[in-house]
Design a protein around this ligand. Structure first.
Ligand code: NAD
Length: 241
C-alpha cells in the first residue's frame, strides 16, 4: 500500500518539487493549496482557515492512514516592526504559524492511532538568524522551529517525529516576488540584485527547490527514524558565516 503524505502549499516552488518527488517515490500525495495544481491529489484550501484545514484533513484521514505531513505553505512580508501593521502581522501569522498549527492538530489522531508519523515544518534560515526588514517573517519562522521541537517532545511516545527544515535563499516564485518588490521600492536593477544575492552565498549560488525536496524526502523516510526535534539547515553555508 502507498504511504500517504499531506502537504500544504504544494502548487508552487519548493512545495511543487516536494509533491513531484514524493509522487515519484510512490507516495499518495494530497496537496492543500489556494491555487490549483495538476500534480498530486489537489484540495483547495486556505491554511489560515482552521475549520477548512480540519475538515479536509479529517476527510482524508477517514479513508487513509496519514504517514507524513509537510507544513509548507507560507508567505513573505518585507517590513520592519514600525511598518508592520497589526493586520499585516495577523495575516502572516495566520498563514505561516496558525496554518501549521491547524494541519498538525488535524493529522495527529491518524498518526497516533498508527503509532507512526513524520511531520516536517518548512521554516527558514530566518528561524536561526534575523534578516533586515523581515519582522513578521523572522518571527513566524522562529515560531515554526519551536513548534517542531515541542511536537517532537509531546509525541515521541507515539513514534511521531517532527523536524523543521531551514532553507536559505531558494530560487522560487516567492524569491522572485520578494526581489521584484524590493526593486520596485528601491529602483534597483533586478539582475544586479540577483547577482549580489548569489555572491552572498558561500557556494556562490542560490538553492534549488529540488534540493530542499530531497532533504524532506529523507526526513520523511525510515532512514531518518532517529531524527526528531531537529532544525535541518540547507543554505549553501549562509548561516555558517
Ligand atoms: P511559493 O510562493 O513558490 O509557494 C508557496 C505556496 O503556498 C503557493 O503554492 C501558494 O499558493 C501557497 N499558499 C500561500 N498562502 C496559502 C494559504 N493561505 N493557504 C494555502 N496555500 C497557500 O513559495 P516557496 O518559495 O516555495 O516557499 C515555500 C515555503 O518555504 C514557505 O513556507 C517559505 O516561507 C519557505 N522558504 C522559502 C525560501 C525561499 O528562498 N524561497 C527560503 C526559506 C523558506
Amino acid at each position: 500500500m502507498k504511504k500517504v503524505c499531506v502537504i500544504t502549499g504544494g502548487s508552487s516552488g519548493i512545495g511543487l518539487s516536494m509533491v513531484k518527488l514524493f509522487v515519484d517515490n510512490d507516495y499518495r500525495v494530497f496537496n492543500l493549496d489556494l491555487s490549483p495544481s495538476a500534480h498530486g491529489d489537489f484540495r483547495q484550501c486556505d491554511v489560515s482557515n482552521l475549520a477548512q484545514v480540519t475538515a479536509i484533513i479529517n476527510d482524508i484521514a477517514e479513508k487513509n492512514t496519514i504517514n507524513v505531513l509537510i507544513s509548507n505553505a507560507g508567505i513573505h512580508f518585507s517590513a520592519n516592526i514600525e511598518n508592520t501593521s497589526e493586520a499585516d502581522l495577523d495575516k502572516v501569522f495566520s498563514i505561516n504559524v496558525k496554518g501549521a498549527y491547524a494541519a498538525i492538530k488535524a493529522v495527529l489522531p491518524s498518526m497516533k492511532a498508527n503509532k507512526n508519523g513524520a511531520i516536517i515544518l518548512m521554516a527558514s534560515d530566518q528561524a536561526l538568524i534575523a534578516k533586515h526588514n523581515s519582522f513578521a517573517y523572522n518571527l513566524t519562522k522562529s515560531a515554526l522551529a519551536s513548534i517542531a521541537k515541542t511536537t517532537a517532545l509531546d509525541y515521541a511516545a507515539f513514534n511521531i517525529r517532527a523536524n523543521a527544515v531551514c532553507p536559505g535563499t531558494i530560487e522560487t516564485p516567492l524569491y522572485h516576488q520578494a526581489i521584484d518588490n524590493y526593486c520596485q521600492k528601491s529602483g534597483a536593477d533586478k539582475a544586479a540584485v540577483h547577482r549580489a544575492e548569489e555572491q552572498l552565498q558561500p557556494l556562490q549560488r542560490l538553492g534549488q527547490p529540488e534540493e530542499v525536496a530531497e532533504l524532506v524526502l529523507f526526513l520523511a523516510s525510515d532512514k531518518a527514524k532517529f531524527i526528531t526535534g531537529s532544525l535541518q539547515v540547507i543554505d549553501g553555508g549562509y548561516t555558517a558565516q
